[in-house]
Unconditional design. Sequence first.
Lengths: 428, 131
Amino acid sequence: MKKILSTLSTFLFVSSIATSVFAAGDEATIKKLSSMYKSGDATQAIVIPQDTKFAANVKKNILPNINLPAGFSISVFAVVPDARHMAVARNKTTVWIGTRKDKVWQATDRDMDDIADTVEQFAPTVKFDIPNGVCFSDDGHLYVAERNRVLWFPAAEYFMESPDTVAVPIIDQGNLIPVEEESYNHTARVCAVNKADNKLYVSLGQPHNVAPADKLDLYQEVGIGGMISFNRFPGDLDRKVVATGIRNSVGHAFNPKDGSLWFTDNQVDGMGDETPPGELNRMPKMGMWYGHPYTGGGEVRTNEYKGQTIPKKDADRYVKPQVEMVAHAADLGMMFYTGKQFPKKYHNAIFSAQHGSWNAVKPRGARVMVTYLDSKGNAKKTEPFADGWMTEMGTYLGRPVDVQQYFDGSILVSDDKAGVVYRIKYEG
Amino acid sequence: MIKKILIIISFLAICTGVSFANTDEKKVCTGFGTWTKDGEYKIVRSKCITEKEYQASLNAPDYLCKYYQKSIWKESERPYGKKQYQYTDSSLTKINALKDEGKALCDAGKLRDGEAKLVEAIKIISHTRMN
């Protein structure tokens, strides 16, 4: 806490001599919050009732359909509208949940029965814009990556109970990507902290089905259709593009064993029901290139760039996917399992969510996958871990978005269709 | 001994046949569902084909002709799909003309030529900025 306040004091000094551009619509609020003043905004947090008929119906209509390996069970952790990516607190049983709308939710289990007792709006005086990406650092900081801004919420575990939460822009509104490149589609950001360099890594989807040639230089320079890293405290941003050639990644995580960065990628539409494959990628080192727009998924060439020679500067840095997933399954959030609750075969395995897509005759996705790694840290085998969110008639009961590990080693799965967060535990 | 082996082989062949038959009969369905006011989940509409029919459709010579036309419709004509892109009137006119040309070629049995025209339309869609 002392360290956090010290860092914050340093920032306040720096910010007093610097000028910043703040979010359209909440500039004044952010300026006050970042200086630890009250916003003066009377907005109160919306509270989501938990003990409702809706919750009972989810338990009755969805949970019995979910298939899990023997010894596992699933329950509802929280009712959370539009639940997308999640960040689990360090010292409290709180989970922050982003959305593709304008709210971040916080779900807290206060009586330690593994069910959230309070689900309420986080930082209601901040006007969020697609705050999909939430991540929590080991040293107690919450970050929210929006469509075109990144906010730092120092000591969020402590300040979270107030509508006015200290909020400091790390990347000001309009500076994450050029404003003219803003879109609604492909702007669900995700973030993660790299323990090796203590920086924040944020993915930046590109706003087309296939990026046009006249945009490629700009995108490579800014990191659109790629991933960037930057300092997670105010001051020198030291922004770097760490990966390019990615179409729209909405899930990444660092392997705690070897520090390598893994990410999912959603692939090109309009090529066929069963092509091109979705991807799970590994970044062997920073600065690599992953194929887009020349490849649509896996090593399948896009119609738009078929027959064109891949520039040498890209081809020399090309990394093919570790896993080719079923086409159009929409692979999104992912995590490495570091807990001890699950059987040994799952230790350090990757859990990833397939959101599912209507962009194919045969419905697919709506499940949680598990990928096991070999001794060299490469993907060995991928298989479904939890499914059943889709009926035999091809109807989605739910659509998993993200998977994160809860404090006790169980895992949480968010679902933006049903609007809930599930908890999967192992009891043997 | 040979007789026993033949019986085992015959048995396995029959089982395999049944297994394939079951796979072929497995349904591939698409549907829509909704929550009723009473909190029940109700399937409103659904369309099913067998896995065998689905595989046959994927391998049909005119698969891409049909797939590309449907894809163009979904992304540039269907209201929800159209809203996702920053089309101009001229780009939509061009997409529509290419789709018509492609369809005519496909209908005339000139499948590769038809696909090429349809891909030209898809390229315009692919490179159009999303909203």
